[in-house]
Design a protein around this ligand. Structure first.
Ligand SMILES: NC(=O)C1=CN([C@@H]2O[C@H](COP(=O)(O)OP(=O)(O)OC[C@H]3O[C@@H](n4cnc5c(N)ncnc54)[C@H](OP(=O)(O)O)[C@@H]3O)[C@@H](O)[C@H]2O)C=CC1
Ligand SMILES: [Fe+3]
Length: 578
């Protein structure tokens, strides 16, 4: 922050320093130059607190009046020291511009030196809250801590229970009659009706509707719209309803995003300014007609996770029962063996990688479907079908669930060979071989060794890339990457991960594909089934990457259209363009 002071005067100069608790200024005999420079010790002061110390260098004052450019936060702080001076204080921030122009030339001897405490600081803004319930109390406490004055409107001002220290409480009408322009309605919607009787008191006020409902579509109109209908002369702003009393009380607000909507721009601006002071980040959602959308937000339960979770649960259930029948029940029925102990570990370690690989490929499938759709239509200016849109929007969640399953697979793989059943099988095999008097019980199969080593290598590499993809999908990591870097990792490395993991699956079954015993009850094994989707995705992706296809697709994505739209088509297309 830079300060420059130009002060009218005849060779007068001021030397001084400002600090939080004191101000020192003194006149210094003219040194002959013409400007007074104020240069703060810390060049960038962004906080609410005034600069801890501003040392002003000496310089004489010019005859043109004085001006100091300050951040508006410092304006209140510096004011007491500048009373009755010929000073222009200009503070510029997004929405505050304060210009004080005092008529006379600055007379340094008239600078009042007094501690900050005794200065006539402007009174903090008064805010009103209707309702002394959980939310009302927590909100009031937070507002008081942020430097506001708070007055409550209550049905029972004398018996409404403990309220935050420093707040006043009175009847609704008396509270509304106070100077507060913003009134927070912290009352359940069912009780709004009484507010209609108070219409004259609430005329011109900004009413902040924070209410939520217990479920969607409980009422024919949004709560805020209902409030506006009851009180047409007030400006209703819907917002802050995604906050909870608990978060307000515990101060967990910094950077939290809140939504606002309302028909009065001034009303919204006032609520936004207050919210910013509370440390919240405000997002304007437009007019009051968006109120229903805002009221539905707190009722949502992981909306973007719903589809991926359903897919994951569906696939897990399907493959679990499929493998249960093929492995455990088949062995019991056909061979009379009870291997049900495999349900817990062996079956799990088959289901998890299968679901993981299918879900990973489902992250990349919508991308290639979209590419083919654009190629088929010859334009990018037509909306994708809704199902494809929704699918594309939850790719990140699909990927993270796939990563979770891959983690489980990795952990299971570590312990699977240490199990009793495996050790027992191994030892019995050795003993059997010895009993049969074989001289070389441990024939070394080079191909088998190659196959297993490659299988593990691909598994480890695939898992590493999986984790890398997962990490870059975190907002804090992804945010630090450029778009090209992010795209490289999520697209190029993503497809590489898919290739490696699919190869891992192929190598697992490389010598089993043609064996008739693999197809128990004429069903293919799980790992074969799970290779279908990734293989299809990779083949389609390879087709998209063919130079002739890629060229056309790139042109389409740059805005080229195969057919010039005639008027009729434009009309039809307009329905799809977004
Ligand atoms: N609690 C939370 O975390 C959140 C709550 N909200 C919303 O805030 C609103 C208030 O919630 P909350 O504070 O939890 O609820 P409470 O039940 O704790 O408080 C509601 C307050 O409304 C007043 N009230 C009750 N009945 C009537 C009536 N018949 N006429 C007039 N006033 C009445 C009372 O205050 P008095 O006795 O002083 O008149 C009462 O304390 C609700 O709409 C809720 O959806 C929104 C986000 C989070
Ligand atoms: Fe594996």
């Amino acid at each position: 922050m830079e300060f420059s002071v130009k002060k009218g005067g005849t060779g007068t100069q001021i030397k001084g320093s400002f600090s939080r608790s004191a101000c020192h200024m003194r006149r210094v005999p003219s040194a002959g130059s013409s400007e007074l420079q104020l240069s703060p010790e810390s060049p960038r002061v962004q906080s609410d607190a005034p600069p801890s110390s501003l040392h002003h260098s000496c310089a004489p004052l010019t005859p043109s009046g004085s001006s100091i450019s300050l951040h508006h936060h410092h304006y209140q702080w510096i004011m007491p020291y500048l009373t009755q001076q010929t000073l222009t204080i200009q503070t510029q921030s997004e929405n505050v511009t304060v210009v004080l122009r005092l008529s006379e030339m600055m007379k340094p001897e008239s600078v009042l030196m007094h501690p900050l405490g005794t200065a006539a600081a402007p009174e903090p803004e008064l805010l009103c809250i209707f309702g002394t319930g959980d939310l009302g109390r927590s909100l009031g406490q937070r507002l008081l801590q942020s430097g506001y004055r708070v007055v409550y409107g209550s049905r029972r001002p004398h018996s409404c229970g403990p309220l935050p220290q420093g707040a006043q409480v009175m009847s609704h009408a008396a509270a509304a009659a106070q100077s507060a322009r913003l009134i927070f309605i912290c009352i359940h919607r069912e009780h709004y009706a009484f507010l209609e009787t108070m219409a004259p008191h609430l005329e011109g006020k900004v009413l902040v509707d924070i209410s939520n409902n217990l479920k969607k579509d409980m009422y024919p109109e949004a709560n805020a719209a209902y409030l506006q209908r009851l009180l047409p002369d007030a400006s209703v702003v819907k917002g802050l309803n995604t906050l909870s009393a608990w978060a307000l009380q515990n101060g967990l607000l910094a950077g939290k995003q809140v939504f606002l909507c309302g028909d009065s721009a001034e009303g919204k601006q006032a609520v936004a300014a207050m919210s910013t002071k509370l440390g919240l980040t405000v997002l304007d959602k437009g007019s009051l007609s968006a109120a229903r959308e805002l009221e539905d937000f707190p009722l949502q339960l992981f909306p973007e996770w719903r589809l991926p979770l359903r897919v994951a649960v569906g696939l897990t259930a399907f493959f679990f029962f499929y493998l249960l029948i093929r492995d455990v029940i088949y062995a019991y029925v056909e061979q009379g063996k009870d291997i049900s102990y495999r349900i817990t570990m062996a079956l799990g370690n088959k289901v998890f990688p299968i679901v993981s690989l299918i879900m990973l490929s489902l992250c990349y499938l919508p991308g290639v479907i979209a590419a083919f759709l654009q190629l088929y239509r010859g334009t990018k200016y037509r909306r994708f079908p809704d199902w494809l849109d929704r699918w594309m929007l939850c790719r990140k969640q699909m990927g993270l669930i796939a990563l979770g399953f891959a983690f489980l697979h990795a952990i299971y793989t570590f312990v699977i060979s240490t199990r009793y059943a495996v050790r027992h099988k191994l030892i019995s095999r050795v003993v059997d071989e010895m009993k049969k008097n074989k001289t070389t019980p441990f024939d070394f199969d080079n191909t088998e060794a190659w196959g297993q080593d490659s299988f593990y290598m691909l598994g480890i590499l695939g898992f590493f890339l999986y984790v890398l993809l997962g990490l870059t999908s975190l907002p804090s990591v992804g945010g630090s990457l450029s778009w090209r870097e992010f795209n490289f990792i999520q697209s190029k490395l993503g497809h590489l991960t898919l290739i490696i993991c699919t190869s891992h699956g192929y190598i697992y079954g490389w010598n089993k594909f043609l064996r008739p015993s693999t197809y128990k009850w004429y069903t293919p094994p799980g790992y074969m089934l799970c290779l279908v989707v990734p293989s299809v995705v990779l083949v389609l992706k390879a087709l998209v990457l063919l130079p002739c296809v890629d060229r056309t697709l790139t042109r389409i994505r740059q805005g080229w259209e195969r057919t010039q739209p005639n008027e009729e088509m434009v009309q039809a297309t307009n329905l799809y363009v977004w």
